[in-house]
Design a protein around this ligand. Structure first.
Ligand code: CO
Length: 160
């Protein structure tokens, strides 16, 4: 199991680099570790920079089991059909809050076998994919949170 990086670590704020070599054996090992870490931590998703790796890859565990998403390109978001839902994040233990996001998205991504995939996601899966895609762009759910539902944002306040 990999160590999960907690806020306010700087790596959570970087825009991660594109994955170039999916077939590299060390990278394939990392994929297994990322999945395992997400499952053991009981998360719905986990992005590479949350385990200290600056690459555009994340794991999701929603609607249909565990999926690995590499170099995602979300080309459609239902901006006129948005939904408010509660989110948590493994980098903010104990904090939950409401975030408004497009209900439907469409994206292209590579899977762990390097294959180009296309999916239309809605509901929880769309929410998790958007949360994780934000992570690899250095964006966090606290940036978009409308209201804290559990925990205290001040516990995570950055030190000046
Ligand atoms: Co998160």
């Amino acid at each position: 199991m990999l160590e999960i990086i907690k806020y306010p670590s700087k790596i959570l704020r970087i825009k991660s680099r594109k994955v170039k070599n999916i077939f590299d054996s060390q990278f394939q090992k990392f994929i297994e570790d990322l999945k395992e870490t997400m499952i053991k931590a009981d998360g719905l998703g986990l992005a590479a920079n949350q385990v200290n790796k600056d690459l555009r890859i994340f794991a999701v565990n929603a609607q249909g089991g565990v999926k690995i998403i590499i170099n995602p390109f979300i080309y459609y978001k239902s901006l006129f059909n948005q939904e408010i839902g509660e989110e948590g994040c493994l980098s903010f233990p104990g904090l939950f809050g409401l975030v408004k996001r497009p209900k439907k998205i469409r994206l292209f991504y590579r899977d762990e076998n390097g294959r180009l995939n296309h999916i239309v996601a809605s509901g929880l899966l769309a929410r998790v994919i958007q949360h994780e895609t934000d992570h690899i762009n250095g964006v966090l759910f606290i940036d978009k949170m409308l209201k804290v539902t559990k925990g205290d944002l001040e516990d995570y306040a950055e030190k000046f």
